[in-house]
Design a protein around this ligand. Structure first.
Ligand code: WT7
Length: 633
């Protein structure tokens, strides 16, 4: 069987085989790799416990499948192209040979600093090649990395360090983002004041910012590398040994650590990368995500490198120093596959097509979208102006928990339909269910999206709390993984993702739990109670709207609103800062005391049609106040 699907017929055959005999199907894909020891059984599973084991008892090291496997043919091929924030500064090209040496050297440095197999290492870094090297070096020695997006606050960072009891933090002095210079090390210092687990911090010099280095704890990157050999024998890992933990928000509580393991993640990211993007040997592939998110893990680092691709890493932002920066980069490196988020597309759409017309985009063969539903207008703008009407547009639906792309067109192979993620990848068995969990078969149906069979890169547990994994994903509908998304199968049989059906807001493709933002707001000494909802936002997809009761405060509502916004920014990070805060006298509640978010969503969306019956509320009078306060009366 060929790994790469080359026709619609291949797709149908492979899909069919993957459902009829999943174990045979995935073992053939897994045969592309080098294993220190082969598996006894391809798959063992039950969604009740839940327990999922792929490639049972096999041994391997993921990085051997990037380096030792590919070096004979890829030694001098560019693995990573790095484009710095400053468009005038020199880029870096790292070949597979050079990346291997850098990975081994850093692997030895980590070991010299006392990191052992199974230890957790936090990576809180800008988009620089060293960040990818750090991930690979962890995988090389069997340490479990947890990348934390460098825009998160000290509190958010400390929470993650404490949750996984991380021994080490890898960071930089500062971080360039557009015309901003963010003092990253200072955030780490603040976080470490409130946690005891971290023994060592390794700091990359990036901006030259003056930082405090704590003796015995903090080391410069170059210092740590000194005298280390560029050879390292890969640590043998069990197929189900942890590869990484990545924190993501849910509808309740603090962010949870999604656990991904070695072999299944490797097999699926490789397979999905090759097939969705239809990568060809000499192509240059660029995904604009940050390594702090799952997209950066699977489709900047692991998937592309396992496929021997040239992957571009960009340190900056789309609009710096000008709104044509993305297109300038596409021209500069003759990018063939370009993968970004709808929010970026909508933000660039505002600048019109002039910035696009200055650059030659003829190298593009495939364009992609990820992170949130792409509205039809943005889809067409992207397809016509960036893809010039002749590049397949892959609208890829997946999640931190799925590890890899689940539902998406395969570029140029399966049909494109605006705003539709379309068809599942081979090995993926999505179903739409009604509220009771009954499968809705046939076309023209709408309901909740579940997956009924395991796929190799699925979440194994939530770190340190398996019950939470069970409750969140495997309990809503018995025997199925529940995605939290609504979906529709249209009259042609194509899937369209409708967005979250739980209390999760998607802001610019970033997931925020309403409860998490409410908890931050409630830290304000004058806030008695708060409720947070999402509302449609032209660029961000959804914006955050907060309602807060602040009884007996002498401060003006304007002052309170600003204080609350800044507090959320401080506790979680700039991405969670509410767009609107409205001080209210009360929150609409049901007789059992539950907040009626439906009404709040209506107010936040500035759409009072179908408000529904409010007479059954415990306190119907507050609704009028809230409407008035929002200026909607
Ligand atoms: C949620 C997952 C997957 C990497 C980035 C986000 C939404 C993601 C799409 C898409 C419609 C999408 C879903 C999903 N989502 N891609 N192509 N169409 N919705 O990962 O932070 O784990 O968020 O993002 O709602 O559940 P994440």
């Amino acid at each position: 069987m060929k790994t790469k699907i080359q026709s619609l017929r291949d797709y149908s055959n492979d899909y069919h085989e993957s459902v009829v005999d999943p174990e045979k199907f995935w073992s053939k894909i897994a045969d592309n790799f080098v294993w220190k020891k082969k598996w006894d059984k391809v798959l063992d599973w039950d969604f009740e416990t839940p327990k999922v084991t792929w490639f049972e008892n096999a041994e391997l090291n993921l990085t051997e499948n990037i380096f030792e496997r590919l070096l004979p043919t890829h030694e001098n091929k560019t693995a990573i192209i790095w484009e710095p924030n400053d468009s005038e500064a020199a880029p870096i090209h790292l070949t597979y040979g050079e990346l291997f040496k850098a990975t081994c050297t850093f692997a030895n440095a980590l070991k010299a600093q006392g990191v052992k197999k199974g230890d957790r290492v936090i990576i809180y870094m800008p988009m620089v090649p060293e960040a990818a090297v750090a991930m690979l070096a962890c995988a090389r020695i069997g340490a479990v990395h947890s990348v934390v997006f460098a825009g998160f606050s000290a509190t958010a960072l400390a929470d993650r360090i404490n949750d996984c009891e991380a021994k080490m933090v890898l960071t930089s002095d500062g971080n360039y983002r557009g015309n901003k210079n963010i003092p990253v090390k200072a955030v780490v210092d603040e976080a470490l004041d409130t946690t005891q687990f971290v023994e060592k911090v390794i700091v990359l010099k990036r901006t030259g910012e003056k930082v405090e280095m704590k003796k015995g704890r903090d080391f410069w990157w170059d210092e740590a590398l000194e005298g280390q050999s560029d050879r390292h024998e890969a640590e043998p890992m069990n197929a189900e040994d942890l590869l990484f933990i990545l924190y993501t928000s849910g509808s309740t509580g603090k962010p949870k650590g999604v656990v991904h393991t070695t072999a299944g993640y490797m097999v699926f990211t490789y397979y999905s990368f090759l097939n969705v993007f239809q990568y060809d040997t000499d192509d240059v592939y660029w995904c604009t995500a940050d390594i702090g998110w799952i997209t950066g893990h699977s489709y900047i680092v692991y998937g592309p490198l396992l496929a021997g691709a040239t992957t571009l890493m960009f340190e900056g932002v789309p609009t710096y120093p000008h709104p044509g920066r993305f297109w300038e980069i596409v021209e500069k490196y003759k990018v063939n596959q370009f993968y970004t988020a709808p929010t970026a597309i909508r933000a660039l759409q505002v600048h019109g097509t002039a910035p696009l017309e200055k650059f030659d985009l003829s190298s593009l063969k495939v364009i992609g979208s990820v992170g949130e539903p792409i509205n039809e207008e943005a889809w067409h703008w992207y397809h016509e102006n960036v893809g010039k009407g002749n590049c397949p547009l892959v609208d890829t639906w997946w999640q931190t928990e799925t590890g890899g792309i689940m539902i998406s067109p395969l570029a140029g192979i399966t049909p494109n339909k605006p705003a539709h993620a379309s068809l599942p990848l081979p090995g993926v068995q999505p179903i739409i269910v009604d509220a009771e969990g009954v499968e809705l078969t046939g076309n023209n149906v709408e309901g909740n999206l579940c997956i009924k069979y395991p796929w190799p890169s699925m979440i194994r547990t939530t770190y340190g709390d398996h019950q939470r994994c069970k409750d969140t994903y495997f309990s809503t509908y018995k025997g199925m993984y529940f995605t939290g998304d609504g979906a529709k199968r249209d009259h042609d049989g194509y899937l369209r993702i409708l967005g979250r059906v739980d209390d999760v807001i998607n802001v610019s493709g970033h997931r925020m739990g309403t409860a998490e933002v409410e908890n931050a707001i409630d830290e304000h000494p004058e806030v008695i109670e708060s409720a947070v909802v999402g509302y449609p936002h032209e660029i961000k997809g959804q914006g955050i709207y907060a309602f807060a009761i602040c009884d007996g405060s002498d401060k003006s509502p304007e002052v309170l609103e600003e204080e609350i916004k800044q507090l959320v920014r401080k506790i979680i990070g700039p991405i969670a800062k509410p767009e609107h805060v409205q001080i209210v006298s009360g929150l609409p509640k049901t007789r059992s005391g539950k907040i009626m978010r439906r009404i709040l969503r209506k107010v936040a969306s500035r759409d009072l049609s179908n408000l529904g019956d409010i007479s059954t509320l415990l306190n119907p009078e507050v609704v009028e106040d809230i409407i008035k306060g929002a200026g909607l009366d």
